[in-house]
Design a protein around this ligand. Structure first.
Ligand code: KGT
Length: 269
């Protein structure tokens, strides 16, 4: 997706993706971080936020899920929990194939970056951070661990999710181009290999406005670290990437290559 500041426009993109996913026989559709909108500035990002009950985008996704009997997960913005913080939340939601929001996750790690001659990020100026790891969620494709974008850089959490039974880890994302080129695929494959899980990473792609461009390259990685599906970096209209999830591969690999942690030497994550 290439979300803009118009929720209506972004819902239209999501509908195209639902149609493609349904036509391809998918049981679940994974949409990127901030799929409801990507705006021009932090100020605009805060003014555009709506509760899920008032978001035409979220309500539209719920209707699509129900009408098409497909689960949908998406990164969205939500109003802050803390009184008068002036901040909002970077969340993901899981919508069941009945159209109900059955889980939500609030991004644990906020993206602050001050690269010389590179893109800057000040997410913690306008977003509240989450304080909880959400236990893996039972879905039609397996037990899913919900994380978001910059969380990808912190292996402790997916390892904990694996210990709790996760078979699929998802990272809806909106990566910068330089960090994407250098780190995106390596980190996704590393997270898949070390957790012996599928990793599904739907990414924003292309030019969102004059100030914002994202790396794209949505990917689905198998538990062996193999790239099962991948999209490009250019945006030429909403596009899906599709893969079969075979949980017997996860179980077999975990049996054949047991990764027994030395928690007698270092603490359990
Ligand atoms: O701003 C919004 O509305 C949505 N949020 C984002 O795009 C976030 C925070 S700026 N992006 C990332 O976390 C990219 C991480 C990244 O690129 C890296 O880890 O290298």
């Amino acid at each position: 997706m290439c979300s803009t500041s118009s929720m209506k426009h972004n819902l239209a993109q999501a509908r195209i993706l639902v149609k493609k996913a349904v036509d391809a026989g998918a049981k679940a559709l994974f949409l990127p971080e901030a799929s409801d909108y990507i705006s021009h500035s932090a100020e605009e990002t805060i003014t555009l936020v709506r509760s899920v009950e008032d978001s035409i985008y979220v309500k539209g996704l719920q209707k699509e899920a129900k009408d098409n009997k497909i689960a949908i997960t998406a990164g969205i913005h939500e109003p802050g929990d803390e009184k008068n913080s002036g901040k909002i939340k970077n969340c993901s939601i899981w919508i069941s194939e009945e159209g109900e929001i059955i889980e939500r996750y609030k991004k644990l790690h906020l993206f602050d970056m001050n690269l010389t001659n590179g893109p800057q990020a000040h997410e913690s100026d306008s977003f509240e951070k989450g304080n909880e790891i959400v236990p893996p969620l039972q879905t039609p494709v397996g037990l899913v661990g919900l994380l978001i974008c910059f969380d990808l850089r912190f292996p402790e959490v997916p390892l904990s999710l694996k210990r709790q039974g996760a078979q699929i880890i998802t990272y809806p994302s909106a990566f910068t181009v330089p960090t994407g080129k250098a780190h995106w695929e390596i980190l996704l494959r590393a997270r898949a290999i070390e957790t012996q899980s599928y990793v599904v990473a739907a990414a924003q792609a292309g030019h969102h406005n004059d100030f914002r461009v994202t790396y794209g390259h949505s990917m689905i990685i198998g538990p062996w670290g193999d790239v099962l599906a991948e999209l490009g970096g250019d945006f030429n209209g909403p596009e899906i990437s599709i893969a079969s999830i075979d949980l017997s591969i996860v179980n077999k690999l975990r049996r054949e290559v047991p990764l027994k942690r030395r928690t007698d030497v270092y603490p359990e994550l």
